[in-house]
Design a protein around this ligand. Sequence first.
Ligand SMILES: *[C@@H]1O[C@H](CO)[C@@H](O)[C@H](O)[C@H]1NC(C)=O
Length: 452
Amino acid sequence: MLSVLDVLTNQKCVFVLVLCLVVFSLVASTESMDNDDVEEDNDEPFIPTNEWQQVKPGQAIPSGLHVKMDLSNGGKWAKLMDDGKTSQKSSLQLAPDANKEEEPAPNDIKGTYSIDELKQSLKKMKQEKKEASKETSEDIKSKFRSMDEIRKDFDALNLHQETDVEVMQRLIATLRLKTSDVKEKLAALQDLEYYVHQIDNAVDLFNIGGFGDVLKQLNNTDASLREEAAHTIGSAIQSNPTAQIKAYENGLLTNILRLISDSQQPIPVRKKCLYCLSALLRHFPYAQLKLYENGGFTELRNVYHQEVGETIKIKIIQLLNDLVTERQTTLLQDEDTHDKKEKLKQYERLPLAKLIKEDGWCKAIVDALQTDNHGSREMVLQAIKSIYPTCSQKFLEHGAMDAVLRIKMEYKTLSEEEISSNDPDGYYTLMHNLVSEVIGLLKNGPKAKDEL
Ligand SMILES: *[C@@H]1O[C@H](CO)[C@@H](O)[C@H](O)[C@H]1NC(C)=O
């Protein structure tokens, strides 16, 4: 499968090529007899026929011909238009294989691009970009840069491309319209979700007063809209402190917690709400504290013990793991900034370790190792590592050692198979290393005190 970046790059190449061809055909029609600008003059006249002929470097060609570029070998090819007449309309083609003499069937002509098709490509590209999940903000930035460049190309052709804010305003209007149906609203939310990945767009969503409209969709009677609203909000606030604060101020925490706790909600809705909750809480200790004060941790424990399926359970464990890990990294940070001091003050007010111990999480985490799913096990093993300082004794009491030894046997075999098939850094080998590390931790405690 092409990566999104590849798609972007390809689209750009095509675009630049089309621009070149437009320029080229202008040169061909206005300067056909007097081409001083071409590096290498070639006086031999080009006599077009119904067959493709290669245009020699520097050779002038009459206007109105079919012109195609040979992408693999370089060079241009030209022939008369199909009906034998020349035409003022330039027909642009990309020929993947110019050595093929036979003329492609009309349906077969790939790479003939009109402005409309380019717009379509850009739209499609945005769609595809949206589908790429788990992007780092650096990835996103570099992609947006490419998008900006493409936008400049459009500007060069005097085509107005809507700004991101204009697009978001249009999408919000769709959400507000009483006449929009579920399908239209869903598409609007999906498009918004794509736009708000960019940090500035997410902040603009609040500035243009659109956040409340998305938040309202969390109460929509249609489950797919509730799910997508949680997804959109999660993407808007993820790793975006300004948006996190604004979302909190707009009452996101209570709205999202209510859906997570509601056993009437379909699992996919609750899953996206957990994603959204996690995006709100990460590196935002004030919201974590408020979750605690609102009984949110107790709610999460109750949800965990409902029939919610493994994915939700693992997501809750992951959330705890993330909260514990971010505290540890904040504590280990060297610099003594005001920001760090403020964060530590708030972390102190939330007795996370006590909660984990008293709410039965030590046992729940050991029990979660029962799964056969490798990804889930990986997550649980990571959680054992990070939560070890809190649960060390309880992990052992609840049979953690037996559980990890059993898993280790399994990964030992799988890892050996991997290594014998020439894959020394395979997934099972990594898992085997991770289990071994956890066993070492359970046996001997942390290697050095300062690792706490
Ligand atoms: C959704 O409904 C609940 C209860 O019915 C209400 O408290 C909440 O404010 C509503 N949320 C929004 C964003 O309208």
